[in-house]
Design a protein around this ligand. Sequence first.
Ligand code: ADP
Length: 858
Amino acid sequence: MNNRKKMVLTIMMTLLLIFLSGIFIQQRIVDMLNKAAELSVARQTEDISLLAAERFHRFMTPLQTAAHHLSAHEQDKEVVIQMLTKQNPQGQAGLIDFQHHTIGRFLSTTSFPRLQTAFHGNTIIDYNPDIGILLATPVFFGDNVRYVLYQVYPPEMLPKLFALSDYDAFTHVIIQYRDGTLAVPYENYTTKDTRFWADDTIQAGMQEVHERLKRNKAAAVYTEGAEGKFFVFGADLPQTDFSMIGYMPWSAVAGQITSIYQRVLFLFSLMLILFACLSIYLLMAQTSVAETEELRKARLEADAANQAKSQFLANMSHEIRTPLNAISGMNEMILRQKLPKEVRQYASNIKSATAALLTIINEILDFSKIESGHIEIVPTDYQLETILREVCTLVGLRAQAKNLQFRIHVDPYLPNNLYGDAGRIRQILINLLNNAIKYTPSGSVTLDVSGHRSENTLHLRAAVTDTGIGIREEDKNRLFHVFERLDIERNRQIEGTGLGLAITQRLLTMMKGSIKVDSIYGEGSTFTIELPQPIQSFDPIGDFNLDAQPVYETDLSAHTDFIAPSAHVLLVDDNDMNCFVASSLLQETQVQITIAHSGNEALEALQKQSFHVVLLDHMMPGMDGIETLHKAKELPNIGNTRFIALTATAISGSREKFLAEGFDSYLSKPMTGAELTAMLQRYLPPEVLAPVSSRQTPSATADLTSAPATAEPAAEPAAEPAAEPAAEPVAPPPASNEPLIDQEVGLKYCNNMQAIYNNVLTLFNKHSEDKIAQMDNDYTTGNWKNYRINIHALKSTALTIGCRSLNKKAQDQEQAAKDYLAEDATAEEQQQALNYLQEHHAGIMELYRQVAKEAKPQ
Ligand code: ADP
């Protein structure tokens, strides 16, 4: 059940509850009010009963006065009777003595049993349904009663004389004799009234009245039944044998009750209405909250979908880039061969197609990286001139290929040293210039670079103008939309994704820059960007002359010409093809490549041997590149090894991420031979690198790679020398007349390449003092472990330059160090080894110095 339904249900339940409690409260109020009304009616009944009793006594008073007169004037009997009758004609007066002789109204003593008590001196009021009501009073003569004076009121007279109809219009009172017989009904009493009194609820009410009369003088009870709502009541008439009962309609009493009741009802309804309003408000609020919640959910879902999209792109990029890497690498290998013209053309086509495909993938990835917030602007110091050169060289070549004139104007007073993300600025300029070239069939493309300063910021302005197809006015606002390509009919032949300008604009926004476009359809366009860049120094860029110092497509390709036969490179990639491509691309550098197909294999290799550089694939089954790197870093003597990540997943593999993990750098697949070699050149120790002029022919390369060449002490990574015994140079013992440095021997180890040999000699000389200082230090501090590593390196390098004597001495000294460090060495053996080390150290260092002095290129 959703929240809204729950809310509606809760409101309905609460309304029902309020309604029910309303009914209950109403009932309670009515009960309370009726109880109060009963009390009030009871009090009224008491008043009525007094009134009724008083009526009887009113008729009794003249009788008593006459009796009093007779007591003194017995002879006036007849006169008194006549007078009473005259006074009150409804009452038939009479006088009776002990012998039951009567004067006036005849009276049988049996008809009124209570008459006897009057002869005992009591005033009586008696009733006989057939005869009526008898009022009698004794007539005393002294202490004795001689007569009883009475008046009889016949039944037909009773209602008129004793009924209380005049009390009010609603109150109906009946006077009963003590045995319950109806003595005085109210006026207009009919059979209907008899039925009324016989009604069950009225009877029950009367029963309750009688019950209460046991404790009270008067009582009233509320009844509700077939006859309607009434109060029935009753009371004894004081000093008579009569009682009275009666009823009054509820409405007669409840005039006030109803008004209270109505007020309560009104208040209650008001409460209900208020509650209903509140509920509606809450429901609406809840609906809006639910809507916000739905929006939030939708946003989360959209974010998740976006994440999924990014992940999908990352995976897809990996899947596409991996085979693309193989294609472009293999193609590069093909292009290096001597090929028939036709085949070369095919291979060139493959190259440009692969490059185009790579651009598309990169654009898609770039965009998804921006979208998912993975792209960060990384500002560094940079030189504007360098960026412009790089951009112009690349774009210039493209313009040239399309027979377009490419011009660049740079304000010579622009500060050259700026602070910003040079890579992204280059990307933006290349995007705009590439577009200009793409959409210009003939004519020119011009880049104007200018700007204005405000304090320490240069507002760099670059305008790219072309004489191309132009953009329709109505299309201009769609230019920066993602995947929007304009003028499709005309541009069908032109490759593109419709992402370039969207990326450009977003990058500019991230860098607080802006872009605008001016264009005339059919004549050309100008895209102008403005970008604030902090100025690092105010040195002007000067005259920008593109021909002065050509820079190639990337900086990397400019420095790839080297060989490093003594360099040890571990290539880790689960994909055989990638391994083959990378090792083929590196073939010309002559580096010694060891291949591992998994993280575990890589760790094994690193434990066996030390490497200068490890090219480590990121995504591998099982242990991935990052985990492998972390484990590798825990291995001993790994400090000098450089780790380069290879990644086909450009989306998540930003340079910063890999650096943060501990990689020294990263290469994005597919990588060119130039990129790969440039990377090695950057990270191999300089000592193992030989300059480009020494490069061998491919056949010589093959020989060299198998030669056990080492170059120079510093080239030796810190590793356990015992781990690579097979690679150790083995020298014949030096002859007594042998020169200190035998060039022939040295050249042999340098594959008879004078240039390499010269380089090796130079490096040997250059690093000798440092190495001697290191070994002296190890010697005095007793750091025999390091000492052994350095002396091992000296052994190799001495032979590489052709100095067998130093090689031999170093070999023996290394053995002594090894003996000293041997775990199972006895104290005596250790002492012997130590003696040997101490004896020979100074001599070896001296020889090292001498050799270094002589180690000069020819
Ligand atoms: P694309 O990969 O299609 O070039 P862009 O985002 O770089 O994607 O450009 C979007 C569209 O803008 C292009 O498809 C093209 O129609 C138009 N456009 C971009 N630059 C120019 C230009 N210099 N001259 C004419 N049209 C251009």
